[in-house]
Design a protein around this ligand. Structure first.
Ligand code: ADP
Ligand code: MG
Length: 463
């Protein structure tokens, strides 16, 4: 048996069955006397294995708050049971996502020739369709644009650039286009990749010394009728990937093939992006997904309840929709948790009381455990500064950067409005935007600095 299961070993030829490993580990956890049956049902049973990364099994969990809870309370237990189940695995990591399918990249099928023809059909999440996408004032325009492109790829709106904050439905719409085209124009080849996957493919092609490695890469990306790249902001600072993207883009555009990309921000705000790429991305249709109003949040949750056959009273939906987040994924996670609690308390309908009880931890955890004060404290501790120094208006270069890090983290970790972040430091929102971009840019440029910022992030999380 293998003693070492480093990344090198886990390839398509050397597949270990992660479902089996996880099932065995789950059984060990379930039999552990310290883990109550309810905790097991709520926290462990719902996790789904995604992949093996190094010597860790990556598990998908539906929300940031559950991830935090798991890290704090179950990480070592899960890791040790995994290790008992499979000796090469010694650690566990958590990623946020509603389904493991969605999170799993599709490397196996893309690595071998005969499977690559399946690209069009298997990579789209069947749940993410236009029918299941609720349209409201915040996303009306972008939904119409995506539908138009799906009906007439390579037409007027090329490229289509979709941008907006986390959990607002970008990936859903991209998959909806894929599903629509697969159904209505099955002859068209549609490729969907995350920017990260695209980048890995570029790097693999460059590293691969075989002559036809580049040709294979091109065959994959330049012969598509529709190329969809999710989260393109990750191109920031990645030079060779940008070059390859530029060439791919031009080839496809010249041949009237459709390009669709998504990003958390508009092209002009992506740092370290070549000017020629920026202008091309801006040359098609830019469509932003806005923040949903309360009615849209209610409609989305109602639709979700209907699709999943949840028996939920209207006041529960309203209660959840009223939570202080615009991230639909978080809201959906809260709804499933409420439903789950109802299940374990043998209630056939989710009442408001059950929902309150079920969500007590999450709401409290998100709001009370991490706040701006705690982030500022961590930044000061890390850079050995006094809080007054950080908050004062003084502008030595070093302190200014620490302050920007604090603004960046507060805004990223708390999804706080820019205005409010500015208020903490006595600055306006433009200064906060500047700080966020500057830090993102510096992180992309400087690995050491990126590690620093991430270390502080971990500190804030209490790790
Ligand atoms: P993003 O890619 O913008 O971070 P996702 O597309 O992953 O967000 O959306 C997060 C979750 O919210 C998904 O489960 C998605 O189905 C759901 N969602 C977002 N917007 C809508 C909508 N308008 N109607 C229905 N579901 C939505
Ligand atoms: Mg997404």
């Amino acid at each position: 048996m293998e003693k070492f299961l480093g990344q090198e070993y886990i390839t398509s030829e050397n597949k270990v069955d992660i479902n089996e490993i996880w099932n065995n580990a789950k059984e060990l956890i379930a039999n552990d006397k310290k883990v109550t049956a309810i905790s097991y049902d709520v926290w462990i049973k719902t996790l789904e294995p995604v992949e093996i990364k190094g010597n860790a099994l990556v598990l998908a969990t539906p929300s940031l708050s559950s991830k935090k809870y798991l890290l704090k309370n179950y990480k070592s237990k899960i890791a040790s049971c995994l290790n008992q189940a499979y000796s090469s695995i010694t650690d566990v990591e958590f990623v946020i996502g509603t389904s493991a399918e969605e999170l799993r990249d599709e490397p196996e099928a893309e690595e071998t020739e005969e499977e690559s023809s399946e690209i069009t059909s298997y990579s789209f999440n069947p749940k993410y369709t236009f029918d299941s996408f609720v349209v409201g004032p915040s996303n009306q325009f972008v939904a119409a644009a995506a539908k138009a492109v799906a009906e007439n790829p390579g037409g007027k709106f090329n490229p289509l650039f979709i941008y907006g904050g986390v959990g607002l439905g970008k990936t859903h719409l991209l998959h909806a286009v894929g599903n629509y085209v697969t159904e209505h124009s099955p002859k068209l080849k549609v490729v969907y990749v995350t920017c990260e996957k695209f980048m890995n493919d570029v790097i693999a092609a460059i590293r691969d010394s075989r002559k036809n490695a580049t040709a294979e890469f091109r065959a994959k990306y330049r012969t598509t009728d529709i190329l969809i790249i999710d989260d393109i902001e990750f191109l920031a600072g990645k030079n060779s990937t940008q070059t390859e993207f530029f060439n791919t883009f031009n080839d496809l555009k010249d041949a009237n093939k459709q390009i669709i990309v998504s990003s958390d921000r508009p092209p002009k705000d992506i740092p370290n992006l070549e000017e020629r790429i920026r202008t091309r991305l801006e040359g098609g249709l830019l469509a932003d997904i806005g923040i949903p109003d309360i009615e849209t949040k209610i409609a989305i949750l109602s639709k979700k309840a209907q699709i999943e056959h949840y028996n939920v009273s209207r006041d529960v939906i309203e209660y959840i929709a009223g939570a202080d987040t615009t991230n639909i994924r978080t809201l959906e996670g809260m709804l499933s948790r409420a439903v789950f609690y109802a299940g374990i308390t043998n209630s056939s309908i989710v009442t408001l009381d059950i929902a309150r009880e079920a969500l007590k931890d999450i709401l409290v955890q998100d709001e009370s455990e991490i706040d701006a004060g705690r982030i500022i404290e961590s930044v000061c501790k890390f850079y050995n500064l006094k809080k007054d120094e950080l908050l004062a208006r003084k502008r030595t270069k070093e302190i200014a950067q620490c302050r920007q890090v604090a603004m960046y983290l507060i805004s990223e970790m708390l999804s706080m409005p820019l205005e409010s972040v500015g208020n903490i430091f006595g600055k306006n929102h433009a200064t906060v935007i500047y700080a966020k971009n500057k830090i993102a840019e510096d992180m992309a440029k400087n690995k050491k600095f990126a590690t620093e910022v991430n270390d502080i992030r971990q500190m804030v999380k209490g790790k």
